[in-house]
Design a binder for this molecule. Sequence first.
Ligand code: BG6
Length: 257
Amino acid sequence: SMMREISGINETEEKLKKALGLEDVVVVPGNSDEEPWVKSELGRACAYRIKAVLMGNNIIAVTGGSTMAAVADALTPDFSAPEQLLFVPARGGIGEDVQNQANTICAKMAERTGGKHRVLYVPDQVSPEVYKSVVNEPSIKEVLTLIKQAEIVLHGIGEAITMAKRRKTGKEEMEKIIQGHAVGEAFGYYFNEQGEVVHKVQTIGLQLEDLPYILHVFAVAGGASKAKAIKAYMNSKPKSTVLITDEGAAKNILACS
Ligand code: BG6
C-alpha cells in the first residue's frame, strides 16, 4: 500500500529477504520490545497469511510462546470452512506457563475460529524409557500422526538464554547452551550464530528434520532484542519459511549484516 511505501517498510522487507536468504518476509511497523500493540500486529499479519494459504482439510501445528498467543488473539471466525481447521500442538511440553503453552494456544485458536483442536500431554523432561512408552499411547500416537500431516506450522523464535531460563533449564543443559554460544531458539532447538544446533529439548512431536516436508512454515518473532536469535535461526536455512517480524528486529538485523 501507499502507507507502506512511504514509511519504507517495503524496502526494509526487500533488504531483509536478501540479508536472511528468505523468499518471503513480512515486516510490521514498530518494535514489540517497547510497544505491546506491535505484538498484536504480528499476530494480525500472521492470521492474514494463514487465510491466504488455507486449502481443503487443514492441520495447523503450533508452538507455544507469547507471540503465538498474540496470533491466537488475532484469529477471527470468518474462515470459509472453519470445521475443517484442526490446531495441534507442534511438540510436547517444553516448560511454559499455562497461558504460553501450545495446548492452551491451540484451544484458543479453535475457539476463535470455530475449528477443532487436539492436546498433547507429555511430561517436560522425558527419559528414553518414558519416551518409548508415551509414543505408543494411542491418544498421543493419534496427535503425533496429525502433526506429521500438518500443512501449516506456526512457530515463535526466542532469544536462547531467555528461553532457557523461562524453561527453568537444569544446570548441565544450561552449561551446554552457554558453552555452545547459543543465541537463538525455535521449537526446543538452540542455535548458535552460524545456525548450528547446539542443544535440543528432548520431547515428542515436530522435529527440525520434519520442516522441509511442511508446505507452509510461518516463523513469527519481533522486537529488537530478538535480532540475533532470528538471524541465527535463519542461518540454519529452514526451507521455505516465511518470516513475520517487526521493524525493531529488522533494523537490528540489517545493522549487523
Ligand atoms: C516457546 C516456544 O513456547 O515460545 C519457543 O517453545 C519460542 O520455541 C518461544 O522461541 C517464543 O516465545 P515468545 O514469548 O518470545 O513469543
